[in-house]
Design a protein around this ligand. Sequence first.
Ligand SMILES: [Zn+2]
Length: 378
Amino acid sequence: MIKTKLTIFSALASSALVLSACSSSDTTSSTDTATPQSEATASAASESSSPSETGSVSVIATTTMLGDVANDIISCAGGTTTVLMPVGADPHDFSASSDQVASMVNADLVITNGLGLESGLRDALENAANDGANVMEVAALINPIKFGSGGHDDHSDEEGHDEEGHDEEGHDEEGHDEEGHDEEGHDEEGHDEEGHDDHGHGDLDPHFWFDMNRMADAAQLIGAELTQITGDEVYITCADTTATQIQSAESDVREILESVQVEKRILVTDHDALGYLAAVYGYEVAGAVIPAGTTAASPSSSDLAELVETIKAEDVKAIFANTAVPADLADAVAAETGDDVSVVTLYVGSLGGPDSPAATYIDMMRSNASLIAQALQD
Ligand SMILES: [Zn+2]
């Protein structure tokens, strides 16, 4: 037993080394190869302003998911988007190069996820904002939920159901995500964020992209902001197109995830990242290898032992790992259970590369839904 724990911890240590090596990358990727919008939309755009004027807006997005959605809007209007994080980077860990920091100050708009997701960019974003950059924190604007909203303890407790609709606007959460239940993730998050999070929103879950309706709302907010900055309505028109595409794909994702029998909808993840997906599609988050809302935290040996027991007790079929983080710890936990628990790697913190099944945000979500459904139905 002790030997196993040591193995788990040495896996964690080597993971941390790999992560910090990756985060020093100063690669700036651009999603300018994204498919342009329809001819009809492009010609509607040209009525309100010339493509060259419109395309000159300078936009930087932090994560690959927001970069893809922003670029869908901006390429429709004739421009391109710069994405700070390269494919495969962990958004909790990535830090910017000095060139990237300088480019943020000069951009017309810096689109960030916010709510503490981009821990490694915190100082750079604050400095850029102090130097006059227009920094948009999307997650705070789309009615974020609290960590633990998909917690399994809630189902036996009826009182939360009276709250239905209390914190949602057209998103299908069951609304039983009340404070005080399932505190495990809260404590870890709050502890880890101490001294890092100056905005006091450590209990709000930043991983909103796992709710595609919220991402559609985010697209429209980005479009409205760009129209505000440029005075050009084309961004609102383009954002409406993007939002409609995301909503349309959401119905496919819903069909895939709801095809899994209710009693099999149990998620164990690498960290507490799938709360939105669980809340929207009626899944239970039974545990996480890193029981925190960030990959920067570390599990204790008792956390890992408890997770192994949970996996056995709930007959969990799969641990969902994350392409942005090495799977060593998830593999070690799966091995420790002694059962046939598979480790399935999802696209959690980043899109996949151009030739992957998750090259765009929509493809990422379809791909994740299929991987989850396959793993749990087997
Ligand atoms: Zn995360």
